[in-house]
Design a protein around this ligand. Structure first.
Ligand code: RIB
Ligand code: CA
Length: 326
């Protein structure tokens, strides 16, 4: 049994419920960490990974996902390539943060397997339909694939337990003063998701900004074998670009927080509220307008994360990465 200060995973002799999950990603350094955390966590069964254009174009996010899964020996997980562009807008990418490749700063071997012929939406549908237990979707990029899946397969919503997404913010954005990147890139897709009627947990910048990786965290990561070293390199690269773009501070591993919230919901304090997505105004496009005080009197459509238990989060990260075959 691994024991970390602040968080003790299940005693492994206890019956542990395993949650079937599907990650929809745009790697991206923090998506790569999220993928490895999900694959290392015994509480999760990663049934598929789908890729979307976001941090970098689709061909690169897809290659990056294949490389990360090859690195950790998880060629058994099908990877479906999805949308090359948002539903109704031109793609906006983030090479300034993630580099040209989307994973600059780390040298990963060539992928050892290829994408699934079905593509993201069909793969998502097959996985959700075939699952004996309702599936949790964990999108960590623009929500284009998720919105398309919900539009094309509405009957499969009954086999989705919830959507735990990294995106949005109650407070300031990171791409504009109003908007967080994932929602900014495809606000129409985000509106479809938040209006889907499904259980949603919004893991926004308000909490992910607390998941910063400084020298202490990098040092600990480097004690976790080869995978820990790669993760340390990923976050170390991000820090240089993060400071260039955002001026200071250590880079947050935004996406990993959404995965940890499925491993251990107690890592977040959330509050139910109505969230509406701005799609009309160019000034505030992509803003997640969160009715924290209920002034609209509308039915809440999301559990919005307010606080992160940093110690529990990093305990989950270290434990999960430590589980990966080295
Ligand atoms: O705003 C942060 C989000 O945008 C993260 O998912 C990061 O990977 C980028 O996609
Ligand atoms: Ca991402």
């Amino acid at each position: 049994m691994f024991a970390f200060a602040g968080w003790h995973p299940f005693c492994y002799h206890q019956a542990m419920t395993v949650t079937p999950v599907l990650l929809d990603v745009d790697p991206g350094h923090d998506d790569a960490v999220a993928l490895m955390l999900a694959c290392g966590a015994p509480e999760l069964a990663v049934r598929a990974v789908t890729t979307v254009a976001g941090n970098v174009p689709l061909d690169k996010t897809t290659r990056n996902a294949l490389q990360v899964l090859s690195l950790i020996g998880r060629e058994d997980i099908p990877v479906g390539a999805g949308a090359e562009a948002p539903l109704a807008r031109a793609l906006r990418t983030a090479e300034d943060v993630h580099g040209e490749s989307g994973l600059d700063g780390v040298k990963l071997a060539e992928p050892t397997f290829s994408i699934d012929r079905r593509g993201a939406v069909e793969l998502m549908a097959d996985v959700v339909e075939a699952s004996a237990e309702p599936v949790t979707l964990i999108p960590t990029g623009p929500l284009t694939n998720i919105a398309t899946f919900l539009a094309e397969y509405p009957r499969l919503k009954e086999n989705i337990d919830r959507i735990v997404l990294m995106g949005g913010s109650i407070g300031p954005g990171n791409t504009t003063p109003a908007a967080e990147f994932n929602v900014y890139v495809d606000p129409e897709a985000a509106r479809v998701v938040f209006e889907s009627g499904l259980r949603i947990t919004m893991v926004g910048l308000d909490v992910t900004r607390q998941a910063t990786t400084g020298p202490k965290e990098v040092e600990r990561l480097r004690t976790l074998g080869r995978i820990g070293e790669v993760t340390a390199d990923l976050v170390t690269f991000s820090s240089d670009d993060y400071r260039k773009v955002f001026g200071s501070g250590d880079p947050p591993i935004h996406d990993a927080v959404a995965v940890a919230a499925v491993v251990e919901p107690a890592v977040l304090e959330t509050h139910p509220m109505r969230v509406e997505i701005e799609c009309e105004s160019e000034l505030t496009r992509g803003e997640t307008v969160c009715d924290l005080r209920g002034v609209w009197g509308k039915t809440p459509n999301a559990e919005v994360a307010l606080e992160l238990d940093r110690e529990t989060f990093f305990g989950i990260l270290y434990r999960s990465l430590g589980e990966l075959v080295d």
